[in-house]
Design a protein around this ligand. Structure first.
Ligand code: PSU
Length: 302
C-alpha cells in the first residue's frame, strides 16, 4: 500500500473525476517568511477553488504523504522549524523514518503522480544555477520534469538561475517548455527573460490536449507551463537584476551551497527589495494557481 493519506475533499474529487491541482509545501517552509507563507498558501487554495478545482497541498509527516492539508496543518507547517526540504533523493528516507518534510517541485510531482493528479501549480521551478559548469548545482526539479508525467505551471524559472542553461537542459531532457500567452520565457519576478520559449500556447485547453497526447504517445515526463507574472505585479528586469547580482555575491562570499542556496537568495532579495519581491512572488503564485485549475478542468472534460 502506498503511504498516501488523502484529504476527504481531494479523495472525493479524484473519485468523481473532478479537477484537482497539486500544490507544494517548500514554498511555505523555505520560500516565504511567516505569516505571509500561510496567508499565501490559503489564498492559493482559495484561487484554485474559485476556478472550480480542488487544491491538494502536499507534505510529509508521520510516515505518510498527505495529499491535501487541513487549515490547521497548513498553519503548523508554516510555523514549524527545521522542516526537511524534500526532493526525489530524500522523500523515501523521510517517510521511512517518520520525519516531517516539505515537498519541492520534484517531490510534489512524484506525490501528485502517485495520487493520480496531473496538474501542479507553483511559483518557479529550480534550475541550473549560475556557475554550474564548476559547481554542478542543478536542481533535481529538471530531471523530475523529464521523467514524471505531471504538467507543472510556474512563472518560468527563478531569475537567480542561469536561464539559458536551464532552457538548454530542458531541451536536452525532452521537456516541453510552453510559454503561456506570449513568446518569451518569463523570469519569475519579470514577464520576460529576454529568451524565447521553445513553445507557446494561448489556452488551457491546448495545454491539456498536449498533456493528453503525451500520455497517448507513451512519452515519460511532464510539461513545464511558463506563465508570466501579471503586468501590474512585475518587477522590471532592469530593476531586479542588480539586486539578484548583489544577493548572489553575498551567497558566494558566505559559501552557501546546495539546498540552502535558493532559500538564502529569496530571503536576501526580499530584504533588498523591502518586500516587493515577496509581493510579486505571491501575485505570480496566485496567477499560476488559477491557470493550473483551468488546465485541470480542461483535462477532466477530455
Ligand atoms: N516557488 C517559489 N518559491 C520557492 C519554490 C518555488 O515561489 O521557494 C521552491 C520549490 O520547492 C522548488 C525549490 O522546487 O524552490 C527549488 O530549490 P532548489 O533550487 O534547491 O532545487
Amino acid at each position: 500500500m502506498l503511504p498516501l493519506t488523502f484529504a476527504p475533499e481531494v479523495d472525493a474529487a479524484l473519485k468523481a473525476g473532478k479537477p484537482v491541482v497539486a500544490l507544494e509545501s517548500t514554498i511555505i517552509t523555505h520560500g516565504m517568511p511567516w505569516p505571509q507563507n500561510v496567508e499565501t498558501a490559503r489564498a492559493v487554495e482559495a484561487a484554485v477553488r474559485a476556478e472550480g478545482a480542488v487544491p491538494a497541498t502536499m507534505a510529509v509527516t508521520g510516515g505518510r504523504i498527505h495529499v491535501g492539508l487541513t487549515d490547521a496543518g497548513l498553519e503548523a507547517l508554516g510555523q514549524a522549524k527545521d522542516v526537511a526540504k524534500l526532493s526525489r533523493a530524500d522523500l523515501a528516507a523521510c517517510l521511512a523514518t517518520g520525519g516531517t518534510g516539505a515537498t519541492t517541485v520534484a517531490a510534489t510531482m512524484i506525490c501528485a503522480r502517485l495520487a493520480g493528479i496531473s496538474v501542479f501549480a507553483t511559483g518557479g521551478i529550480g534550475g541550473v544555477h549560475r556557475g554550474a559548469e564548476t559547481s554542478f548545482d542543478i536542481s533535481a526539479d529538471l530531471a523530475e520534469l523529464a521523467q514524471t508525467a505531471v504538467t507543472v505551471v510556474a512563472a518560468g524559472a527563478k531569475a537567480i538561475l542561469d536561464l539559458p542553461k536551464t532552457l538548454e537542459y530542458l531541451e536536452t531532457a525532452g521537456v516541453p517548455v510552453i510559454a503561456y500567452g506570449q513568446d518569451d520565457f518569463p523570469a519569475f519576478w519579470s514577464r520576460s527573460s529576454g529568451l524565447k520559449a521553445p513553445l507557446r500556447m494561448d489556452s488551457a485547453e491546448a495545454i491539456a490536449a498536449a498533456h493528453r497526447m503525451r500520455g497517448r504517445l507513451g512519452l515519460p515526463g511532464g510539461q513545464l507551463v511558463a506563465n508570466p507574472i501579471p503586468a501590474g505585479d512585475e518587477i522590471a528586469r532592469g530593476e531586479i537584476m542588480p539586486v539578484i547580482e548583489a544577493a548572489l555575491a553575498e551567497a558566494a562570499a558566505k559559501g552557501i551551497a546546495a539546498k540552502a542556496v535558493t532559500p538564502f537568495l529569496l530571503g536576501r532579495i526580499f530584504e533588498l527589495t523591502e518586500g516587493r519581491s515577496l509581493a510579486a512572488n505571491i501575485a505570480l503564485v496566485l496567477n499560476n494557481a488559477r491557470l493550473g485549475a483551468r488546465i485541470a478542468a480542461a483535462l477532466s472534460k477530455g
